[in-house]
Design a protein around this ligand. Structure first.
Ligand code: F6P
Length: 361
């Protein structure tokens, strides 16, 4: 019979999302209740590569942090230990052995890895090297498979909705078209949900390549209704039919491409098609910050508590997930390398069409 877990590590990886601190707090509190010590690992796996980047986390250290955005442990989306980028060259260094050594040196029984698809792929690779991991899905993009929702998404959508509410005022006062760019990478969940909640007139998402002449026709038709302004929500990953994605920085070794710029493009190209004064706004990282809403705090807390319960059962190589209002676990093999995009028969997509929101197709 193996000994019960005595000490576990916890790290946050990838882009920050509202609710990360609520998970950290939930893991530390649940673990402490079970007499398990927690070691906080700073800046994702960097904390297991470089010295002096770990610290003990007690209940006192996490008191009240569920209200805060960001992560008290720090994070990075550039630190894959299997292919670690170097500042001055395109060379990649494999630090994975060092991570395993430091995991063992810290006498950890398991790692709680809170991250998105990239971080979970790394965690899965360590699980295969006999580092026991339990993953918790995090991302404002909501693009992780096998879970109905990730924490961070609800807060990001609420922020984007409030931004759209505010933009309606100026669009309407000046009879303008305002194009709002939201995050989401290769999925349109934030765009679709915020467009419906904010009462936007068009929503352009990566899953449906768009034809701008259709968007313009929709905007122009609104004049006949006496509505002389329009709000167009565009996901950063949206693509025109036969066109290319807007990229700020291309893929580099150890670093994913950075998307952005589509709102500016759409706004510029709409002017000759509508004859309307047009502006664009990029919500950017404002969507990731701020205090998590109650839904995200609760989900994050449920995920954190369940992760500790899995560790106590010695159930590793899994991701916690939400299914029909229950927290379950799924093997990492079913998650890694897949992306949850909006399927054509999605109910919310159907509602958008019912509401007369132009999807550019
Ligand atoms: O995955 C979360 C996310 O905010 C995406 O929506 C966005 O494309 C990306 O991260 C931005 O990353 P960075 O913070 O590196 O600019």
């Amino acid at each position: 019979m193996p000994l019960p877990p005595r000490r576990i590590g916890i790290l946050t990886g990838g882009g920050d999302a509202p609710g990360l601190n609520a998970v950290i707090r939930a893991v530390v509190r649940s673990a402490t209740t079970a007499s398990i010590e927690c070691i906080g690992i700073e800046d994702s796996f960097d904390g297991l590569i470089f010295p002096g980047r770990t610290r003990r986390l007690t209940v006192a250290d996490v008191t009240g942090i569920h209200r805060w955005g960001g992560t008290i442990l720090g994070t990075t989306n550039r630190g894959n230990p299997f292919a670690y980028p170097q500042p001055d060259s395109d060379d990649l260094i494999d630090y994975s052995e060092r991570v395993v050594e430091n995991f063992n040196a810290l006498e950890l029984s398991a790692l709680v890895v809170i991250g998105g698809d990239g971080t979970m792929a790394i965690a899965h690779a360590f699980q295969q090297r006999h580092v026991p991991v339990v993953c918790i899905p995090k991302t404002i993009d909501n693009d992780i498979v096998e879970t109905e929702i990730t924490f961070g998404f609800d807060t990001a959508v609420a922020f984007a909705t409030e931004a759209i509410d505010r933009l309606h005022a100026t669009a309407s006062a000046h009879h303008r078209v305002i194009v709002v760019e939201v995050m989401g990478r290769y999925s349109g969940w934030i765009a679709l949900h915020a467009a419906i909640a904010g009462g936007a007139d068009a929503a352009l998402i990566p899953e449906i390549p768009f034809d701008l002449t259709r968007v313009a026709a929709h905007v122009n038709a609104r004049d006949l209704l006496g509505a002389r302004s329009s709000i167009v929500v565009v996901a950063e990953g949206a693509v025109p039919i036969g066109g290319k994605r807007s990229v700020i920085e291309p893929n580099r070794p150890g670093q994913a491409e950075r998307l952005g710029g589509i709102a500016e493009r759409v706004a510029r190209e709409l002017v000759p098609l509508t004859g309307k004064e047009t502006r664009h706004v990029v919500l950017g990282h404002l969507q990731r910050g701020g205090s998590p809403l109650a839904f995200d705090r609760l989900l994050a807390t449920r995920f954190g508590s369940h992760a500790v319960s899995l560790i106590r059962q010695r159930r590793f190589g899994v991701m916690v997930a939400l299914r029909s209002d229950s927290i379950v676990d799924v093997p990492l093999e079913r998650v890694v390398g897949r992306l949850r995009t909006i399927p054509p028969d999605n109910d919310v997509l159907r509602v958008a069409r019912d509401m007369g929101i132009c999807l550019g197709d």
